[in-house]
Write a protein that binds this ligand. Structure first.
Ligand SMILES: *Cc1c(COP(=O)(O)O)cnc(C)c1O
Length: 398
């Protein structure tokens, strides 16, 4: 007997909606922020360097530069690489718009490349096909928290003299063939938005081993000025020089103190995300109605997202109907992402016609992100599994 779906008036699996992602804040985090409120420096103070050093150490990079969003991190990275008008940066179609938008902030041109069907990670063969004499960089996105094929991308970048950027906003704490995310590209960017692994409310970071790139990004986040307020205060000098056009992309001490406190818990959170993912993967392993994305051998997946693909050939419903039915059951599913080139803004620009990235475009109609965050209980995870089974069985094609 099939259970009556909540969307048709049946009893929902959960009374209260389980979101797809949510921050974890504890008393230590709150105390760390309050301590900064009582101190002399609310911004450009000692907590900024403290968070940068702790983050650099966590990933094993020489430098980390804090900025006020993941988007600012991408902008600073492209600026540091000297991306400008006439330059092309290859980005995957399956990402958040910021990966491409930040290329445009610099006057460059984002060139969309397709992803691999079973992982939705940037496809190195398709990247190779889109390299032109104007290509300056490849921006890889560790979609859902799984590192891209960095050995292949590095070989390609080196062969063509390109920079390699990792948009690692989904993947702090993940690793690839024993090497940590944050050390796999020339520059790696992170976001500290509340749905991401660790939060500073808004915030971002770039890691690199290149001291000169780090110096450029520290100037860029501070209007292109060579010294910050505290350095001038310490020197007892008012003099400063603005040497290039930068922005105010600074992350405050309140936020950096929160970030440092959160960072202490990151390894445990990644392990918890992996445990929830393992439960999902086991439950779905023999389903004919959906398939989880493939995890490549040799990687440790960070699981910002747990993405399933619906087997629409076996269902009488489309993704929109499954989405609505699961929301009605109290499961806060989401869709990551609408392929970036299909947004109206990008459709107005030349070269972005539908069909440009067929694998990403086809996947878009089949994907759903299930709730995954460290504070989820085992019962929460079971309720997701139960609701997915209930809804897909009700929509099974006979
Ligand atoms: C979250 C995210 C960003 C942007 O980060 P913000 O902190 O929201 O600016 C960029 N790229 C990817 C892949 C993201 O998931």
């Amino acid at each position: 007997m099939l259970e009556k779906l909540a969307i048709e008036g049946g009893t929902p699996v959960r009374q209260k909606l389980l979101p797809y992602g949510r921050q974890s804040i504890d008393e230590a985090d709150i105390a760390a922020v309050v301590a900064v409120l009582r101190s002399d420096w609310l911004t450009t103070g000692p907590n900024v360097g403290g968070f940068e050093r702790a983050f650099a150490e966590f990933v094993g990079a020489k430098e980390a530069v804090a900025v006020n969003s993941g988007t600012a991190a991408l902008h600073a990275a492209y600026h540091a690489l000297g991306i400008g008008p006439g330059d092309e940066v290859i980005v995957p179609a399956m990402t958040f718009a910021a990966t491409a938008n930040a290329v445009l902030y610099q006057g460059g041109t984002p060139v969309f490349a397709d992803v691999e069907r079973d992982t939705l990670l940037l496809d190195p063969a398709d990247v190779a096909a889109r390299i032109t004499p104007r290509t300056r960089a490849i921006a890889a996105v560790d979609y859902a928290g799984q590192p891209c094929d960095y050995d292949a991308l590095r070989a390609l970048a080196d062969a063509h003299g390109l920079a390699l950027v990792a948009d690692a906003c989904h993947a702090p704490g993940a690793n690839y063939r024993g090497r940590a995310v944050g050390t796999l590209a020339d520059l790696s960017t992170f976001s500290f938005h509340p749905v991401k692994h660790l939060t500073t409310a808004e915030g971002g970071m770039i890691t690199t081993d290149d001291a000169e790139l780090a110096r450029r990004m520290r100037s860029f986040r501070n209007h292109g000025i060579t010294t910050d307020h505290r350095q001038r205060e310490e020197r007892g000098s008012w003099a400063y020089e603005m040497v290039e056009l930068g922005y105010n992309y600074r992350l405050s001490d309140l936020q950096c103190a929160l970030g440092s406190s959160q960072l202490k818990k990151l390894s445990g959170w990644v392990a918890r995300r992996q445990a929830i993912a393992a439960r999902y993967s086991e439950a779905f392993s023999s389903s004919e109605l959906l398939s989880p994305l493939r995890v490549q051998p040799g990687v440790s997946h960070g699981y910002h997202l747990y993405v399933i693909r619906l087997n629409l050939a076996r269902l009488i419903a489309d993704r929109a109907a499954v989405y609505s039915a699961l929301r009605a059951e109290g499961i806060g599913v989401n869709v990551h992402y609408i392929p970036v080139h299909l947004h109206p803004f990008y459709q107005q620009r030349p070269g972005n016609a539908p069909g440009l990235c067929p694998v990403a475009e086809a996947a878009y109609h089949e994907i759903l992100s299930l709730p995954i965050f460290p504070a989820m209980t085992d019962d929460d995870a079971e309720s997701v599994i139960r609701a997915v089974g209930k809804v897909l069985e009700a929509f099974r094609k006979n």
